[in-house]
Design a protein around this ligand. Structure first.
Ligand SMILES: [Zn+2]
Length: 395
């Protein structure tokens, strides 16, 4: 039976080791076909780690490495404190987990620091936050870094109604640090069939105040910024500036055009959903990465189909489904994981229990997103036939 030291020496002979200098050059270069995996314990990673490293503690290697490095042919560089644990991890990945190209960094982060190379020192969570977000910290796609991004993020909810309610509750629960809420209405009994941020005892209360109470009940850490107003051309730029992502739960087309134009000008992604009856649709409009709302709808739909012009029936659960799909896209955009619904329109038919996805292309002649954002003037924003006439036309 070999001693531990002998075993590690043997394993090091069987794997490839890489010098910190080469890893340093790799990080400083422009290529991105590699993953750097820190296999140390949580507290070691949180103290400091290599820039861009993903964290997969050696004890969780088998269960979590595929989340952090899904492509098994990709170059993977493992490191630890001194190069022993990473050698063992590299060996496991090569021999047992089917990875083809894994190296262990010689001397670990200790030698890296001795050479004077920079490290990332993450902001740390309080013990309470660590407990509250523990299930996020366990997923490699979020982890400490992603949670920190969520805590630093500012998300604007346009509407605290059917779509805004589930987003408000779940984004608060997820730890989004700042939630702006724009809504001019008060809570009405007929809202409670679907607008779950509100409650019976808050009928008559402004929705922004009611939503704030619900958010704070879930997570007192969240800063709520209330805008008890109707979004229009006079206030939109001031309200949306500074937000990282906008959740569009708007109920009318004219404001959607206005929102589109403002978000393209400011480069803020919009996660947009709409609902009617048993049908929902969802897309992410990320300026210049994909089509904008005007690329999808160059002209508004016929007025008689505009849901905002009167009370329309909707299955109470449906805005919950669509609002949570929106929240999911918001979280993905903030943490930078997965494939956001950019250039794709997702249709949900609740009666059929079916999802359909349509490709949406950018219009090279789009009046808004085909241009330099700085050239779009205030006067052009949200240009649209008069809304009163628009609804009157619907009869
Ligand atoms: Zn466009």
């Amino acid at each position: 039976m070999p001693s531990g030291a002998e075993l590690i020496r043997k394993i090091k002979e069987q794997i490839t080791e890489v010098d910190p200098r080469e890893v340093h050059d790799l990080i400083g270069g422009t290529g991105n076909g590699y993953v750097i995996v820190d296999v140390r314990e949580q507290h070691e990673f949180e103290e400091s780690h290599l820039p861009g490293a993903v964290h997969v503690p050696r004890g969780h290697l088998e269960s979590r490495i595929e989340g952090a490095a899904p492509d098994k042919s990709q170059r993977v560089i493992a490191y630890c404190a001194s190069g022993n644990r990473s050698a063992l991890a590299a060996n496991t990945m090569l021999r047992e987990l089917g990875y083809e190209n894994v190296e262990s960094m010689t001397g670990g982060i200790t030698l890296w620091k001795d050479r004077g190379y920079e490290v990332d020192v993450p902001k740390s969570l309080t013990p309470e936050q660590r407990e509250r977000y523990s299930r996020h910290l366990l997923i490699p796609e979020i982890g400490l870094e992603g949670q920190q991004k969520l805590l630093d993020a500012k998300v604007l909810l346009l509407g605290a109604g059917g779509l805004g309610s589930p987003s408000a509750l779940y984004l608060a629960a997820a730890g989004v640090g700042t939630l702006g809420v724009v809504d001019n209405d008060v809570v009405d009994l007929s809202n409670l069939q679907r607008q779950v941020a509100h409650s019976n005892d808050r009928i008559g209360v402004p929705k922004v105040d009611s939503a704030e109470i619900a958010i704070k009940e879930i997570n007192p850490d969240v800063k709520v910024v209330k805008y008890q107003t109707r979004l229009d051309a006079s206030n939109i730029m001031e309200i949306v500036t500074g937000y990282d992502v906008i959740v569009d739960g708007l109920d009318n087309f004219p404001t959607r055009y206005l929102l589109n134009d403002a978000s393209v000008r400011l480069g803020i992604p919009v996660v947009s959903a709409s609902i009617l009856g048993f049908d929902g649709q969802l897309s992410v409009f990320k300026p210049h990465d994909g089509p904008c709302y005007r690329c999808l709808y160059p002209t508004p739909p016929p007025a008689e189909l505009a849901p905002s012009c009167g009370a329309n029936g909707v299955l109470g659960v449906l805005p919950g489904t669509m609002g949570l799909l929106q929240s999911t896209e918001v979280i993905k955009l903030i943490v930078g994981s997965g494939d956001p619904l950019v250039g794709r329109l997702l249709l949900y038919d609740a009666l059929a229990a079916s999802f359909t996805e349509l490709k949406v292309r950018r219009d090279p002649d789009c009046p808004i997103c085909s241009r330099d954002p700085s050239e779009i003037s205030d006067e052009e924003m949200g240009v649209f036939p008069d809304y009163e006439l628009f609804c009157a036309a619907a009869g």
